[in-house]
Ligand binder design. Structure first.
Ligand code: SF4
Length: 211
């Protein structure tokens, strides 16, 4: 007869005279044997990089159902870690570190690892949000309207703040607007922004450096 008493700690109290004693000890041994640290210390994989770190459960990669993989760069910070974006039926289903990236070699920090949420999360914005001067709430604008408003403001800033000369030196510039790029901009985008703003006469052009 097996006498097993389970208490809140989850430990099992077994009387040594019972028939189940041997099997309980065996079960405990096998439980300890499945502990990765034990396997690491007692086996040949001392650094825990191979067999010692593997579990017995079969694992299926969460990317296994993807029908396409697209190379990308993490949108968050200036480190610019490489990402593989896994797509199924035209929708992003997972984002993982890109082992081919010379910057990150497959690694992503916790924020970069959560990029899927940025792409598919319910709080993602799909419209231009605008808060007019002295307004107290945000309004939705369609993209064409927003682009026209930006163009009008750029033209007005150039018209009102253009400097042909300063202290006798030819400047041909405006201090009426500037460009401050965020971390999500990559090299190519920053290159185009720099060209555009320089051509418009701006001299205050900055970005968060990325590859
Ligand atoms: S994964 Fe982390 S460190 Fe790398 S770019 Fe993204 S936010 Fe920066």
């Amino acid at each position: 007869m097996v006498a097993i008493v389970t208490v809140n700690t989850g430990r099992e109290a077994v009387h040594p005279d019972t028939g189940g004693y041997a099997s309980t000890v065996e079960r405990r041994r096998s439980r300890i044997g499945s502990w990765p640290v034990y396997r690491q210390l007692t086996g040949t994989d001392r650094r825990g990089l191979g067999a010692a770190a593997k579990s017995d459960h079969p694992h299926v990669a969460r990317t296994s159902t993807a029908d396409q993989v697209v190379k990308s760069v993490c949108p968050y910070c200036a480190v610019g870690c490489g990402q593989n974006v896994y797509v199924k039926d035209g929708r992003v289903i997972q984002i993982e570190g890109d082992p081919d990236s010379p910057v990150s070699r497959g690694r992503l920090c916790p924020k970069g690892s959560a990029s899927l949420q940025l792409t598919t999360g319910g709080s993602r914005q799909y419209t231009v949000r605008y808060r007019r001067p002295f307004g107290t709430k945000w309004e939705d604008l369609d993209l064409d309207t927003a682009m026209d408003m930006i163009a009008d403001r750029v033209l007005a800033a150039r018209r009102h703040g253009w400097q042909w000369e300063v202290d006798g030196d030819r400047t041909r510039r405006t201090l009426g607007f500037a460009s401050l790029g965020g971390a999500t901009l990559d090299n190519e985008e920053n290159y185009l922004i720099k060209k555009l703003f320089t051509a418009l006469g701006a001299i205050q052009i900055e970005n968060q450096a990325r590859i």
